[in-house]
Design a protein around this ligand. Sequence first.
Ligand SMILES: [Cu+2]
Length: 505
Amino acid sequence: MKKIMLTSFTLSLVLIGCSDTESDRQSQDSPMNNNHMRGEDNDNRGMGGMNNRGMGGMMNQGNIPALESSSGINELMIPPVLEKQQGEDFDYEVTAQEGSTQFFAGIPTDTYGYNGNLLGPTVRLQEGESVDVKITNDLDEPTTFHWHGLEVPGEIDGGPHGEIQPGDSQIITLEADQPAATLWYHPHVHGTTAEQVFKGLSGMLLIDEAAGSDSELPDDYGVDDIPLIFQDRLFDEDQQLNYNRLMNFDGTLGDISMVNGTINPKLTVTKSVMRFRLLNGANARNYTFRLSNGASFTQIASDGSLLDEAVETDTLTLAASERAEIVIDFSTMTDEESLAILNDEGAELLPFDVVLDDSPAGSTEMRTVDEPFLSEQEKAMPVTKEIELFGMADMVTINGKKFDMDRIDLRQERGVTEVWEVYNRPDMMGGMIHPFHIHGTQFKIISRDGKETEPNEQGLKDSVLVEPDERVKLLVTFPEEGIFVFHCHILEHEDNGMMGQVEVY
Ligand SMILES: [Cu+2]
């Protein structure tokens, strides 16, 4: 209940109406089942029917691994910005490859990365910019390159249809014809998305405001504008990310917290006003962030745009694949105080070392939006697409069906706005949170259980946290044609078929 009081006007929408007690909330907060299967072979992914681990986990919800606090011994890795190619017939090159990373002294862990050993460089586009990107698969297995949140045609969206075979390359054109935002990229090959992300394939994709914008928000990448990719990982006794042994049908959870691929990170803060781009890049874990001194911060952006108005808050929840941009004002926080970003359980995910210099800092001032977030007309539109999320473990479905690449589930005309209603149908055990993601669109949340959109969700979104028994109405427009998937972003649910397809014509 504590949380409900803390989040008086911001994030409470994800809690109110669903959480009666703290334990209730916790059971909804995280995937339920976490039998690690250490040392036991588990190669029955994707099989239908009941599995013991899923059921066992549902009965026994006490084994969600807590994250260990960061010891702060490693400076946070900032992903490098992807550099433009010179003298080539493409602007950027992104290669999925195998690598090796020393997470633990002297022990190499096999990992995957883009253009490197782990994670990928930050791709930066400007509003309105169009670039050619060469994508190459140097892995020994098929992969895809999905530009999460970017409104591109279905052909190059990198969904399950977009497989690139080992050794193959393709040049695609990405156009950033949408507002400035914090997006990301990751593989989306059907059946192995979770494993490929778990091993390290993810990167940030930023759309910057067009030149000439008068924003004073901090925007010096790596200095006062910091990407933060939050992930949890489970290692086996050989310190390997042995997915087949460690995976969990309800989302693979780990006890090791990683930010930008750094274990035990700390960030040295030199500017008094810092902008952080938070990405929940975990396979399944939900994060609720707060500051260790209880101070408030300012949320300025949702998944796909700046918010209509900045929101002061002291807690922020992101489900898997959601993003938010926040600004923290360090000027009132002295270096005597130990300061960190914590999760809900109090684990220190990212300690700060505050050493402010005297140089001028950015501002939290944002442009203000005059029009209401939704017009009366938009609020009154009838529901034309119904989505029902259901199930747990590998018994997950959307509208009673599992994914079939040869089946089109929905059709929608390009440029025509429709209202999707997403319902998370509980089961006998109560059900669990499903983060619902639609490719090829940035939508608006019209309401949650009939209640108006909270200020911190009054921006564009591509993923939405849906509580058990909650009904969320979305205003959805596809600017490009093609076949797009919509799915639960618990990656194991997605791999197990909690996904459908919409054809935009
Ligand atoms: Cu799910």
